[in-house]
Design a protein around this ligand. Sequence first.
Ligand SMILES: NC(=O)C1=CN([C@@H]2O[C@H](COP(=O)(O)OP(=O)(O)OC[C@H]3O[C@@H](n4cnc5c(N)ncnc54)[C@H](OP(=O)(O)O)[C@@H]3O)[C@@H](O)[C@H]2O)C=CC1
Ligand SMILES: CC(C)=CCC[C@@H](C)[C@H]1CC=C2C3=C(CC[C@@]21C)[C@@]1(C)CC[C@H](O)C(C)(C)[C@@H]1CC3
Length: 418
Amino acid sequence: MAPPQGSRAPLEFGGPLGAAALLLLLPATMFHLLLVARSGPARLLGPPPYLPGLEALWSPQALLLWLTWLGLQAALYLLPARKVAEGQELKDKSRLCYPINGFQALVLTALLVGLGTSAGLPLGALPEMLLPLAFSATLTAFIFSLFLYMKALVAPVSALAPGGNSGNPIYDFFLGRELNPRIYFFDFKYFCELRPGLIGWVIINLALLVQEAELRGSPSLAMWLVNGFQLLYVGDALWHEEAVLTTMDITHDGFGFMLAFGDLAWVPFTYSLQAQFLLYHPQPLGLPMASIICLINAIGYYVFRGANSQKNTFRRNPSDPRVAGLETISTATGRQLLVSGWWGIVRHPNYLGDLIMALAWSLPCGVSHLLPYFYLLYFTALLVHREARDERQCLQKYGLAWHEYCRRVPYRIVPYVY
Ligand SMILES: NC(=O)C1=CN([C@@H]2O[C@H](COP(=O)(O)OP(=O)(O)OC[C@H]3O[C@@H](n4cnc5c(N)ncnc54)[C@H](OP(=O)(O)O)[C@@H]3O)[C@@H](O)[C@H]2O)C=CC1
Ligand SMILES: CC(C)=CCC[C@@H](C)[C@H]1CC=C2C3=C(CC[C@@]21C)[C@@]1(C)CC[C@H](O)C(C)(C)[C@@H]1CC3
């Protein structure tokens, strides 16, 4: 049985009080956005148009649809994979294995949705169900997090995450206690991070596009751009699925409410906000402006992919010809840090690319409303906070070498600004 680890790890997110506030604030924000997106004034900072009663949130059909979706994605996860990858080394020196078949799951889902639609499945009806679907996803995330919390009570101490084991039940429930909760080969965190939420996000976007076509005869150019950009982002994440194994979510954070809710509810229902906004507030977009926005997205993607691939290639094999010529700093751990190439421009070039793309996703929605820029604002805050967390961890890991890296590469995310 796993005892709490006491207060060895410093508390994050404002400790138990901050965690309790976020437990309420995150779902409340998601429902606020869903309600405001379909309201006439669409005011991000105004009150929601109405407070939905239980009858607007609770629907057995929506719950059934949501559980069927989770079941389908779980079944696709269990299909034979083209590759099985090893994760980072764990505390007990072992490595876990992960199936690499996320892109295959995306393609099979697209085929099934295509078949279903041609057989009469009303995809355009999905936008009307977003509220009860989001409610079902939130309910599932709470129940699932409770299960994860209980499961961690019987996990060995070596299976626990560095944070999330303070002994305070609310804080630990929020942050997550076990690092890689699994049942046999089914890894819950890895599955949730990349499958139901990310693929669900593009299906919701597609349904909004279909409904727009039904309402107005054809989808708008703005809707095409938002769908295309976000499909590229999700397709890219699944194509480079193995890279997620080195992110701090997988290697450092426990699996609790924050990630369960983030993966299952927050991502599909708030990341589709721009497409939701466009369905209810059509925006004119000319070809010249559309071309500029495509260029911004392409630049963002180039930076994001270039930086992530360079680091992943370097971490897998530092003598790979694509990275062998880059300048590095040696650290006491035996690992090296890149100080030229993308990682010599700023300390988080991948965040910079991601933020540029976030801007390109909002611009098709025009500048009359703040609401479609919510993602950009939230994401800036998330990445600034994430960068600070990563900085603390790297300082702990690399000590003096990290100080040297910060001296050589003084800016964190935006050159000469931050
Ligand atoms: N859309 C969304 O909602 C979100 C997207 N993201 C995206 O996910 C991606 C992954 O982000 P994240 O997991 O936060 O972090 P990173 O992929 O940036 O990884 C940080 C780690 O990289 C290694 N590292 C840092 N500097 C160097 C260097 N100079 N040379 C070599 N290795 C270095 C360190 O780990 P080590 O040395 O141990 O290898 C560090 O802990 C990003 O592109 C981010 O934008 C993230 C959060 C949310
Ligand atoms: C506000 C809230 C509920 C916070 C939880 C944060 C999560 C939503 C995000 C934490 C890290 C994420 C990553 C992605 C999606 C959002 C979450 C889960 C990601 C899967 C998106 C696609 C990228 O290509 C990625 C694979 C690099 C990325 C990994 C981190």
